[in-house]
Every structure is written in C-alpha cells, then in structure tokens.
Write a new protein. Structure first.
Length: 164
C-alpha cells in the first residue's frame, strides 16, 4: 500500500492565507516534494513510471488537492482534465479523496458514463477536509498550473515548494 499527496497549486487561489495553508499541508505530509510539473497529467505519468520501476508501490490512496476533480472525460489518453479517472482505472483498489475548499458545481458523474461512475464512485470522496485516518503520503507531487492562478501567487507558492 502506498499513498500519494497530489497538489495542484490552483487550489490555493481561493483559500485564505494560501502560503500558510500550503506550508501546513506539507508539514502534515512530512515528506519532501518528489517533483513539480506544469501539466497535471504529467504527474500521473511519473506515478506510473515509479510503480513500473518499483520505487513506488501501486497507490491505495490519492489525496487530490485541486480546484478541479480531473475526471472530465473517458478519453483513451490521459490529459489535464481526465488523469484522475485514468489513475482510478489503472489502480482499481485506489481510493481518491478530492480535497477542495469550494467544490465547483460539478461532479465526475456529469462527465463519466453511468456504469463507469457507478464503479468509481465507491472509491471517490470529496470535502474541504482530509478524511480521518487518511495515511500520510509516500510521495508528494505538485502541479504548478500556469494560467490557472495569478503568476505572483504561483511564484510565491513555488518558493514555498523549493523549501521542501
């Protein structure tokens, strides 16, 4: 069993005191940031590569901290809008919790076919809080999301990330 903390910096554009929130999240994680990507689906590719190489056990948990759920289609190839769908399909025992401060008026059930959503929904949860007992991560990845938040906030958050 392994656990991934997946952080998209766009999450912090809507929170109070974003730099401190980011620091507190990294303090809870207690693990260094393994890598930073600009396009979120590139994190998924790195997770798969680490599992293939044996440096990460197939994840049982992904804490997805993001403004978006990233399950907006079932296209064959992973992209920034659907990579979490691909992660759940790749690792069928993996639970995903979408931690979002203000959930957008959207749900994966609007984007996925009924049978796919039925199979995934039992392993998917959403709230503004980490579920009780959620395991600390074995791997932390960050997506910098240029274009989804102000450049000044993005740079400030990346400066925090460099400390970890």
């Amino acid at each position: 069993m392994s656990s991934i903390l997946d952080i998209d910096l766009d999450y912090f554009r809507l929170v109070t005191n974003p730099l401190r929130r980011f620091e507190k999240l990294l303090e809870w994680a207690g693990a260094p940031i393994a890598f930073i990507v600009e396009e979120h689906h590139k994190a998924f590719g790195s997770w798969k590569d680490r599992v293939r190489r044996g440096t990460l056990v197939s994840p049982s948990y992904i804490l997805h901290i993001d403004e978006h759920h990233d399950m907006m289609d079932q296209r064959r190839n992973a992209n920034i809008a659907n990579f979490m769908y691909h992660a759940m399909r790749t690792w069928p025992q993996c639970r995903v919790h979408w931690l979002t401060e203000r959930p957008i008026m959207d749900s994966p059930r609007f984007w996925l076919t009924d049978d796919v959503w039925k199979s995934l929904s039992q392993r998917f949860s959403v709230s503004p809080h980490r579920p009780r007992g959620w395991p600390k991560p074995d791997l932390v990845s960050v997506c910098s999301s240029p274009g989804f938040l102000s450049e000044s906030l993005r740079q400030s958050l990346l400066n925090v990330a460099q400390c970890w």
